[in-house]
Design a protein around this ligand. Structure first.
Ligand code: THG
Length: 267
């Protein structure tokens, strides 16, 4: 699994306050802890700061870069913030995100090309968020095909079916799981990613829902995720799921995590 740490997100109140006051110690602590937890990318999101977002993103990238060399996942609705961050973040940066919205596609494709960067492809277009699996699959599969035609290698595409809260509409998570399965069957070489914590928004016992959803999604072909890497039970369940899905030959990874004392078996 390719793990993207979600904690440096400006929609989280504490992070937003740290961004507004330029609290480097708080930001760097979250960057270090996510690195130590083993993430492959650290998501950096400044989208909630509408004024001066570009400056804020530049500060965030520089501040994180001082304490970790883990690649970043630049998460912004603002193409100027993406462009500025890409200049500072170094090679291997993941762009979050492109979509099938006409304007967004036009704005972000040149950045993907210029930096030869991997990119998250959101399954939405100018009609909005797909409500069922047929439309979700149609939008996402057309977007993948278009990116490939525009020269993006399948291994650099992270297809994202847009996980939304079960609490708002319980039909969406099963539709998202269907989309994951159909994309995996049709495009064996692309990565499939999703924002796991989105699914539990507004419900109690969020971590329980997140863990179960992640396991279900992995069984359909999800191989990347934006998640809370400090949830040690979630991280342990990923290792167990990879073992049981045949993605951990001789259980080498599972056993070495166990020996390092990094598997949590509850209760
Ligand atoms: N796909 C892509 N990128 C994404 C998402 C996605 N980026 C953002 C998001 N979804 C993934 N990251 C988070 C980060 C935090 C939370 C959920 C997803 C979260 N925040 C608390 C909440 O909303 O209740 C904030 C509470 C607080 O601390 O104030 O759960 O799907 N490509």
């Amino acid at each position: 699994m390719i793990l993207i740490g979600e904690l440096l997100n400006s929609t989280r109140k504490r992070v937003r306050a740290a961004l507004e006051t330029r609290d480097a110690a708080f930001v760097q602590d979250l960057a270090r802890r996510q690195t130590d937890a083993g993430v492959h990318y650290i998501d950096v999101n400044t989208g909630a700061l509408l004024d001066h977002e570009v400056e804020c993103m530049q500060w965030l990238v520089r501040t994180v870069r001082e304490v970790t060399d883990r690649p970043l996942c630049i998460d912004s609705p603002n193409p100027e913030a993406l462009a500025a961050a890409l200049e500072l973040a170094g090679p291997g940066t993941l762009i979050n995100s492109i979509s099938a919205e006409a304007r967004r596609y036009e704005d972000v494709l040149p950045l993907v090309r210029k930096h030869q960067a991997p990119v998250i492809a959101l399954g939405m277009d100018d009609e909005g968020l797909p409500e069922d699996a047929d439309r979700g699959y149609a939008v996402l599969s057309q977007l993948i095909t278009r990116l490939e035609r525009d020269g993006v290698a399948p291994a650099n595409i992270f297809a994202d079916p847009l996980v939304r809260p079960a609490g708002a509409n319980t039909a969406i998570p099963p539709a998202v799981l269907d989309v994951i399965g159909r994309i995996r069957a049709a495009f064996p070489q692309v990565h499939i990613s999703g924002g796991i914590s989105n699914v539990s928004h507004g419900l109690p016992a969020r971590k329980l829902i997140n863990r179960t959803f992640l396991t279900l999604a992995m069984s359909r072909g999800l191989d990347a995720a934006i998640l809370d890497p400090l949830d040690t039970v979630l991280m342990s369940e990923i290792a167990a799921a990879e073992l049981l899905l045949g993605r951990d030959s001789f259980a080498m990874n599972f056993i070495s995590l166990y020996r390092a004392g990094r598997l949590e078996e509850k209760p």
